[in-house]
Write a protein that binds this ligand. Structure first.
Ligand code: ZN
Length: 119
């Protein structure tokens, strides 16, 4: 059975909800961490807390980036350009969209981009 673009739209909406919930949870944890700071003089606890905050900042950044990609993909649905590579304008392979529904690039362009970014 091949996944249709309509099904991918539903997948994207679900992903959007998941990441919005994830970000809300991260924000909540952050608020708890901040309110908890200063309530302990135990150094190990403080170190753990700083570490947790560092982790939540990078997790939050990654989740925000992913949510933006998902929202951009949803916007492309509205424009009717979803599934078309933003770089070369060719159709993105449906198997690739199934794996990464929020991608804006075909495999070829994504690889070319990653290659450049890695230099
Ligand atoms: Zn392309």
């Amino acid at each position: 059975m091949t996944t249709t673009k309509e099904e991918l739209y539903a997948v994207l909406l679900e992903l959007q909800r998941t990441y919005q919930a994830k970000l809300a949870q991260i924000e909540k944890n952050k608020a708890l961490d901040i309110s908890g700071t200063g309530y302990t003089n135990h150094q190990a606890d403080d170190a753990t807390m700083v570490y947790d905050q560092t982790v939540s900042v990078s997790t939050s950044r990654a989740a925000k980036t992913r949510l933006r990609q998902i929202e951009e993909a949803l916007a492309r649905f509205e424009e009717g350009t979803y599934g078309t590579c933003e770089r070369c304008g060719k159709e993105i392979d449906i198997a690739r969209l199934e794996a990464i529904p929020y991608t804006a690039f075909c495999l070829r362009c994504a690889e070319a981009r990653d290659y450049r970014a890695g230099r």
